[in-house]
Design a protein around this ligand. Sequence first.
Ligand SMILES: Nc1ncnc2c1ncn2[C@@H]1O[C@H](COP(=O)(O)OP(=O)(O)OP(=O)(O)O)[C@@H](O)[C@H]1O
Ligand SMILES: O=C(O)[C@@H](O)C(=O)CO
Length: 441
Amino acid sequence: MLGAIADDFTGATDLAMTLVARGFRTVVSIGVPGHERISALAAPDGQTGAGADAVVIALKTRTIEPSAAVAASRNALRGLRQMGATRVYDKYCSTFDSTPRGNIGPVLDALAADLETTITVVVPAFPDAGRTVVDGQLFVHGTPLAESPMRHHPLTPMTDSDVPRLLSAQSTAAVSLIPLETVRAGVTAVRAALEAAGAGPGARAGSAAGSGSGAGAGLRAFVVDAETEHDLAVIAEATADLPLVTGGSGLALGFSGPGTPPVMLPTRPGPRAVLAGSASSATRGQIAHARSRMPHRRLDIDALRADFAGTVAGLVSWARDQWLVDDEKPVLVYAVGDLADVQPATDPGEVPAADLVEQALSQLASDFADAGCRELIVAGGETSGAVVSALGVRELVIGQPVAPGVTWASGDSRGRVMNLLLKSGNFGAEDLMSGAWTVLA
Ligand SMILES: Nc1ncnc2c1ncn2[C@@H]1O[C@H](COP(=O)(O)OP(=O)(O)OP(=O)(O)O)[C@@H](O)[C@H]1O
Ligand SMILES: O=C(O)[C@@H](O)C(=O)CO
């Protein structure tokens, strides 16, 4: 069984949809499952679980304190091992989203230590979504990460494009690069690079330059260049025996499961809504597009600060009115239409704007579900984490894909099955908020 740990919920569905497309029966667990569910999912023969070929544990650890992220990830690893996971996939963002102190490095270090492995790979590339890595530099649709809209992210502004440098600052591992020329030379060349480096301290991979930082800790982390799906297939094959691989979801494009067919989710009658807490440029474009096609409201952060319950209740009553007029049309509630709407810093003692937004969208999701809403698009990884937790959903079944990294899923919210589309901030076409509904059977 393949076990995966994702640092946010949209990342979990992103990876899970790729695994489903590659023929894995995949369960997304929101947090670590309870003992009974672990037993149900466990693989009696160490190979195939009764309920799943792959389990992705969705955490909300991208921006929390590094020590808390490490503890939650190690706990998830324990759960996966109890289920019989023999390989572990540490999923983080294809744009390497992390705070300056972590959490990608500390989590990678801890998982490698628990798995007693001294070699792992770092593969953020996801070419279908425009993320490529060349000479260790991460590009977003051809623009260096640090010049892309990611530099304006409210929680994880990315101001460096150099993946080995980003990782070295966070990890105790000796960080090296396996360059594109080695990947293009094929599986044997990548394996040779990994094995040669395993030979001793300071060993280099292919023609790569190693930073060598932290070499004493024993772990070697190889950032591997990749520009195409074929590159990812080469890397996946070359690393098939590693107990731990890390990256965006792209690496999983090179995996091959037992051929389980995908699930088609039925549409769920009832009102529909879009909740967007993401400030990412793709989400802002989708909001601009959706505003001319559906009733919409922007969250008023000052009003939330002054009267949270009253402001949310006002939005619920507005949404109910819209659904009475046209129950086919989704309503849109969003946080950021324009970057100027972002409120980065708050006075000490004040609830940060980001928390108010997450709390408001979570409360709206619960109240909308109580009002009969059974289909929901949520934009943003942190936002999705907050919303799905508030809905009390424990597991997701992956359904129809919508765009690279974006998929419908269904989950049980306190006895009500809902279709949920958890969209990463920078994924999806401009018409996603009005168009994604049509792919439900
Ligand atoms: N006006 C605002 N001021 C400050 N923070 C905000 C504002 N609006 C939203 N936020 C916060 O910004 C964060 C956006 O992160 P989120 O992960 O949801 O989106 P994203 O980063 O675009 O998506 P992803 O992580 O999937 O790429 C959330 O915590 C949200 O509450
Ligand atoms: O890898 C990605 O880019 C996404 O799955 C994600 O994690 C964004 O939050």
